[in-house]
Design a protein. Structure first.
Lengths: 271, 265
């Protein structure tokens, strides 16, 4: 395992602290007084990869959905590309982002090629056909392009979703458990691809995963959520040093078992 | 409003229907069965009527064809939305730059294509089996049909909002809600047949004016039902505005309540 060197922003012309996402005091309550997410703050620079970790129900997916504008926050603010994310600015911002999730599918009755062509037009990609071919090749799916999406295995479906997520050359990529269901070889290639894209094109990535080794390999920074609150945030080496942990996995168990950190003063539980 | 995004949303549906026989049958099967069944029933009744009801078949066949225009327009909206919901694809659309007005407009375009396809079949069958030429409605046909399409869209958008709010358990509304209007829309009988209290209800339904207009033209060819069309158009405008407002309100609530990521589950 080769851990990613700790740097701030890998984009070709990226200023080291050029924030593409700034989150300040973000909170979401689905029921009065019960917060699924509370007081979360962080920023992400161009070309950085932020790994969000935490146990089930910690608020990781809710955070991703808030960043996509699929959920309106109860409190706090999200700024993307320096612009406040709101229903009015959302469309403009979303054109420069993309998303893939292990829990979201693409229409099964369409072929892989058709699905990607639809999204290439949706994101107004200048040359849809070459772009569709490029992303299919990137995930080793080109030979399946005329197959129905329903014939794909779950791992191939995830790769197609990732291909769709890169169709518009996004500047920010939000991924919810992107390597779940992928075989180790494809998962490794996907991780390498993400790192390469962040280094070469300045792609910023926010992603959730339960695979902490993977997160350590790929991420520049980590955000540890528990019961809706951000317990830790920062470059993972720094975080490990602070908590005298040898790995993110060790850190995870230390926090979960409450050995190093007192329990969060959460106001409620996730709905 | 982006033409390419509209094209993308339509393309998704066109790809879907291009090779799906069950979906194509869904557009053509029921209107064909309705037309055959009720058309022959009407012929039978006409032959056995002692007093004679000369334009009865024309009324009935015309009503069947035009009611199908309304119903297909409604289905074109709500079933297309359900297709994205069943495919767990709605999130991908709602996290793209597609705006809600673009999405609704694309559903309307898809709906219009489905109506045109179904209408071509039902109008041909009406001519083949019953010698009924729907185009004898002349210049009135287009505004009558457009009013029925508009009412179908309004019901479809309203239904879609309810499905967005209540999820898959509300999907039955996509097939049911239009029929709520059927008894009061004067489709197969004139408004005067209804009890007094229900006539007032019928007057508030755009389709009742459109179907009264259709009967007026069949009875007196060459007549242009301007009054009925004006009433239908005014009511349709109100229906469309209310349904669009309702959809936007439900959508905004869905963003607050976090419904969209869970829709389809």
């Amino acid at each position: 395992m080769t851990a990613r060197p700790e740097v701030s922003g890998h984009g070709p012309d990226a200023g080291p602290l050029m924030a593409v996402i700034e989150v300040e005091g973000l909170g979401k309550s689905f029921e009065k007084g019960i917060f699924a997410l509370k007081g979360v703050s962080f920023s992400l620079s161009r070309g950085q990869i932020l790994g969000i970790l935490g146990p089930n129900g910690a608020g990781k997916t809710t955070l991703i959905h808030l960043l996509l504008g699929l959920i309106i926050p109860t409190e706090g603010e999200i700024r993307v590309f320096g612009e406040r994310l709101s229903p009015k600015t959302r469309g403009r911002i979303l054109g420069r982002m993309n998303f893939a999730s292990n829990y979201v599918s693409l229409p099964l009755a369409l072929t892989l090629w058709e699905n990607l062509m639809v999204y290439a037009h949706m994101y107004e990609v200048p040359s849809p056909r070459p772009k569709c071919a490029e992303v299919l090749r990137m995930f080793e799916l080109y030979h399946l392009k005329d197959k129905h999406t329903k014939s794909l295995s779950s791992g191939q479906m995830m790769r197609l979703c990732l291909a769709k997520a890169l169709i518009n050359d996004p500047e920010i990529l939000l991924l919810d458990e992107p390597t779940a269901g992928l075989d180790p070889e494809i998962a490794r290639k996907t991780r390498h691809l993400l790192v390469e894209l962040s280094r070469q094109r300045g792609l910023s990535v926010v992603y959730t995963s339960h695979n902490l080794w993977e997160m350590q390999e790929v991420s520049d920074r980590v955000l540890f959520l528990m019961a809706g609150e951000a317990l830790l945030e920062g470059p993972w080496r720094e975080v490990l040093g602070k908590y005298e942990a040898g790995s993110l996995e060790e850190l995870f168990f230390k926090i979960i078992e409450g050995k190093r950190t007192p329990g969060p003063s959460r106001q409620g539980s996730k709905r | 409003m982006s033409a390419r995004r509209l094209w993308a949303l339509c393309l998704r549906q066109l790809y879907l229907y291009r090779r799906s026989m069950p979906r194509l049958l869904e557009i053509f099967y029921w209107p064909t069965m309705d037309l055959l069944l009720w058309g022959f029933v009407t012929l039978y009744l006409q032959r056995n009527a002692t007093g004679g009801i000369p334009v009865f078949v024309s009324y009935f066949i015309g009503a069947l064809i035009l009611w199908d225009v309304l119903f297909r327009a409604e289905q074109g909206i709500s079933v297309s939305f359900l297709e994205d919901m069943w495919a767990r694809n709605l999130i991908n659309i709602f996290v793209s730059p597609v705006t809600v007005p673009e999405y609704l407009l694309a559903l309307m375009i898809i709906s219009a294509l489905k109506v045109a396809a179904a209408f071509s079949v039902t109008s041909s069958l009406g001519w083949i089996f019953y010698s009924f030429d729907i185009f004898k409605l002349g210049v009135s046909l287009l505004p009558l049909a457009l009013n029925l399409v508009a009412m179908g869209w309004a019901i479809g958008i309203f239904t879609t909002a309810l499905i967005l709010r209540y999820g898959l358990e509300a999907e039955i509304l996509a097939w049911a809600l239009a029929f709520l209007f059927l008894p009061f829309s004067a489709v197969f009988y004139p408004v005067e047949v209804l009890p007094h209290a229900l006539r007032a209800v019928a007057m508030l339904i755009p389709a009742s004016h459109a179907f009264e207009g259709m009967r007026a033209v069949i009875k007196n060819p060459g007549v242009f039902p301007a009054g009925q069309l004006a009433m239908a158009s005014g009511l349709n405008l109100a229906y469309l505005l209310v349904s669009a407002w309702f959809f936007m309100r439900v959508y905004k609530k869905a963003l607050i309540r976090g419904i969209i990521p869970k829709i389809g589950e």
